[in-house]
Design a binder for this molecule. Sequence first.
Ligand code: TYD
Length: 206
Amino acid sequence: MGTTGRGRFITFEGIDGAGKSSQIAAAVARLRSAGHEVVQTREPGGTPLGERLRELLLHEPMHLETEALLMFAARREHLADVIEPALARGAWVVSDRFTDATYAYQVGGRGLAEARFDALESWVHGGLQPDLTVLFDLDPTEAARRLAGTGQAPDRFEREKADFFGRVREAYLRRAANANGRIRVLDAAQPMDVLRAAVLDEMDRL
Ligand code: TYD
């Protein structure tokens, strides 16, 4: 594709503990070595205000609707200040999570009405969707085991129980089934190097 014209928008998704972080680093390195300008970012966050909202979202108790609205508020800043300008100048944007996470966590996990989600999604980003989403699919029990092994204090989402992550996982898979091939589901239970090769394959295909 080259670096002229509109850039590409790639997102990574999966339940907590599925191992996104190290795979994202490998993907970004691959795209950079192919000569692309790559903007690596994350949600919630990615802007100064977005990072402040992230702190609240990860640690402050709040109602479900508030959670959904703040996710999309942070996303609006992120799109306006980072994602849209980068794509417009031909850069590639790689984001650790985007709107599919709101579908999985707030609709699937927490039970936000789908019509509310649809309204917010079309308000905040209309027709814009990632060009490619890599979804790391993993059994919640295995994901919990991996999270426990990191020794880090869990945030408000990571403290949720296995049945919550079961619903998040199902919602991700449902969304993938309806995404016309945009969402590529990878089995995150595979050995790290096999998974990494699959991720790099996806980057090369773009
Ligand atoms: P994550 O990106 O996994 O951060 P870390 O790897 O540093 O723990 O975590 C952000 C959390 O926010 C994660 O538990 C999922 C949640 N989340 C939502 O519930 N909805 C959203 O729309 C987004 C973007 C994230």
